[in-house]
Design a protein around this ligand. Sequence first.
Ligand SMILES: Cc1cc2nc3c(=O)[nH]c(=O)nc-3n(C[C@H](O)[C@H](O)[C@H](O)COP(=O)(O)O)c2cc1C
Length: 423
Amino acid sequence: MLKSEKTSKQMGKHTGAPANILLLMSGSIACAKASSLISEWSKQGHKVRVVCTRSVAEFMGPSSLQGLGAEMVFDNVFTPGQAMEHISLGKWADIVIAAPATSNLINKLSAGIADDAVTTVWQAAFGQGKPMVIVPAMNTRMWCYPATKESVLRLKKWGIHMLPVGKGELACGEHGEGRMLEPVEILQTVDRLLTSDPQARGKCILITAGGTRERIDSVRYIGNISSGRTASSLADELTAAGHLVTWLGAEGAVQPESVNRLEFYYSFADLKSWLKTLLGSGDYDVVIHAAAVGDFSVARVESAEGGSLLKGHGGKLPSNSDLVVHLKRNPKLLDKLKDWSKNPALQLIGFKLTDTEDPQQRLAAVKKQLDNSGVDAVVHNDLSDISKAGHRFRLHTQGHKPVSCENSGALARTINNLLGAVS
Ligand SMILES: Cc1cc2nc3c(=O)[nH]c(=O)nc-3n(C[C@H](O)[C@H](O)[C@H](O)COP(=O)(O)O)c2cc1C
């Protein structure tokens, strides 16, 4: 059965308490599809209020939206007698969902424009700790337009739940990315965000990605070969499996497509500071520490002739003599993560990369991490497991046989099982 063919009974599988849902609609061909959400939520016992841009009236009228179960439809901040509605609607809501979200709306939200009912209500609702969700719908070229891509990234960085777009035939007859997700998938996401049952909600997962870089001067750095590809693939797969994922990645790393939050680090010190901040919030159930953290930071740089101190001058160092770069050892971040976590039940998954053919040496490296770093599991890969043809891993836990994973997708499924499967 196609996802779109799911019956209303299946769509109505809801577990949480009744909630106040604020649906913000903009002018897309997907308005009709999005409006079916109103009747589903109403059937589930939720209260639904709708805010529309002016273009929505070209696709459907306020009476149809009310007929589907919306207890109010608001489309003009200057409506007589409703002067404070643009503020009070955000306070009333338990969750705010922009669906369908046009390219125009997404770009306006990221630019901070508030020139109509939808954009004004959105801004006034932001920052109150409520889940805010965007469900994009548009033509492929509008989705790929550079401004739209940047706006999507920006909104994700602000903690907005940006749902992915579907691929296939579009309403305009073209083929590609940009279709709005099917209502059943939107209902499931909203259900998960509203429920207080952690099993149904999925875990809050922090994934670190890419490699640290240590500045030698303003243009040169010491880095490592990590691309961040595995961590980003895990982030996408675990998001799709229903978890709330924060990706904390190196500035140059491969980025995931559909996580809940993106943050960036540059150096060891940056990464350490981010980890302390995020884990100190107590929001995270799981950390998957896949970042390749440099073992050394640059302590000072000297001219080889005369040993005069160069680092600290700022700017680009001269290239007319040899340099001596002094490195200081970094402490192991992995060992500290459970100490920094406000959640005492944090689950920790470490990564171990080896470069040896000797199976005993490989096992010893894994065992050292399992025994000494407070980790619940170790993902082991050897340099010989990484090739153009693919990337293999083994997941080790104390007292169990390692699980072999042929690629990052299989690794994500194995980790998902380890965390306790979510619906
Ligand atoms: C039939 C039709 C369908 C449209 N569908 C979409 C769409 O799916 N996504 C989109 O971004 N724009 C779509 N547009 C264009 C928007 O309606 C237009 O950019 C409008 O200014 C958006 O305004 P709003 O974001 O304030 O609602 C469509 C226009 C027409 C005429």
